[in-house]
Design a binder for this molecule. Structure first.
Ligand code: FES
Ligand SMILES: [Fe+2]
Length: 354
């Protein structure tokens, strides 16, 4: 991204940057996120960092640098940055006091969880990384990644879109969807749906005598989606990353609570792998339908689109940040707006091209 390009603001949240296994000690990898190139790294002491890869000196690519002990070192003049992005060493005879205050890279606060390295977009985390409370003792699948050409928030909205459940997945919602919210960062629904033997996963459910599912879906920060299949041990987390305003990446992990004695463990490992493959196939249906979407709320149905509209309103209210740190409450990454006083009436004049 050129310096002159517009900075896009995204909700202050934890974003998935890479798999934990992609990043060994002493390694740096380049990843694109929020319209920027990042240098994501793990120090020799196992500290995680993610900084804008354009060095604040004269712009060399830090992802082509190297790790020296606890620092990410620029390949060109060897300025050394810590995991907060602060320059701690300039080798050309400068003392610590002479390092300019401005010698600092925009940085994300990093943590890893369920096999994914996350970075928080914002000065400090507003909420902890969410997890399934009963799976402290868990088995997590490998992390699978899907890329798609659509704004990342469309995948969030899609998870709360009742119409697509029937149209894309042949799952018909029965009864009311229960909507709850624990904080401004959180939005959740619970629903029951009849399942047709359409996908491999739903054929499997039929095979084991389940023609109805009871799902709980929690969303944190607008991009962390925790699905719980109530009545079974199956849980999954889908973490979404805006690569830029129109391209996205989804990280998918299946999580099972450890149950029973150790002798059952090999079966649980097989189950978690199988469920993760089913989930991937399920999500691929969404990706196929969402690819290249030209998003605009134009003709909405008051009831059938209600939950999706409410999710979008929640997402739109989330506090925002850019990678370079300026707080913003303005949504610059979407192509339409919702009339909150009458959310089912989206008029063309409400659509603001940005
Ligand atoms: S460009 Fe990075 S230290 Fe000079
Ligand atoms: Fe879907």
């Amino acid at each position: 991204m050129m310096r002159s390009e517009q900075q896009h603001a995204f909700p202050r949240s934890w974003y998935p940057l890479c798999r934990s296994t992609d990043l060994k000690r002493g390694q740096i990898i380049a990843r694109h996120a929020f319209g920027h190139k990042l240098a994501v790294f793990r120090t020799q002491q196992n500290q995680l960092g993610a900084v804008d890869s354009r060095c604040c000196h004269i712009g060399a690519d830090l992802s082509r640098g190297f790790i020296d002990d606890d620092f990410l070192v620029c390949p060109l003049h060897n300025w050394a940055y810590d995991v907060q992005g602060k320059c701690q060493r300039i080798p050309c005879g400068r003392s610590q006091e002479e390092i300019p205050v401005r010698a600092k890279q925009p940085a994300l606060y990093c943590q890893e969880h369920y096999g994914v390295v996350y970075g928080f977009l914002g000065d400090s985390p507003d909420f902890p990384l969410p997890y399934f409370p009963d799976t402290e003792n868990y088995i997590a699948s490998n992390v699978r990644i899907i890329e798609f050409d659509a704004p990342y928030e469309m995948a969030g909205a899609n998870s709360f879109d009742e119409q697509h459940l029937a149209a894309v997945h042949r799952r018909q919602v029965i009864g009311e969807q229960q909507i709850t919210s624990l904080s401004p960062n959180h939005f959740a629904i619970e629903y029951r749906a009849n399942v047709a033997p359409h996908t491999l996963y739903d054929k499997f459910l039929h095979l084991i005598g389940k023609s109805r599912v009871h799902m709980a879906l929690d969303c944190w920060g607008g991009n962390l989606l925790l699905f719980k299949h109530i009545g079974t041990a199956n849980q999954m987390i889908i973490s979404l990353l805006p690569v830029n305003a129109t391209q996205s990446r989804a990280f998918i992990t299946t999580v099972l609570a450890k149950r029973g004695n150790r002798l059952l463990r090999p079966f649980q490992w097989s189950a978690v792998r199988l469920l993760n493959i089913f989930t991937m196939l399920f999500v691929k249906q969404d990706v196929k339908a969402l690819q290249d979407i030209d998003f605009a709320f134009t003709t909405m149905l008051p009831e059938a689109d209600n939950t999706m509209i409410k999710w979008y309103q929640y997402w739109k209210r989330l506090p925002r940040n850019t990678l370079t740190g300026s707080n913003s409450t303005t949504v610059k990454s979407v192509t339409s707006t919702v009339n909150e006083s009458n959310p089912t009436s989206m008029k063309p004049e409400n659509i603001a091209q940005i």
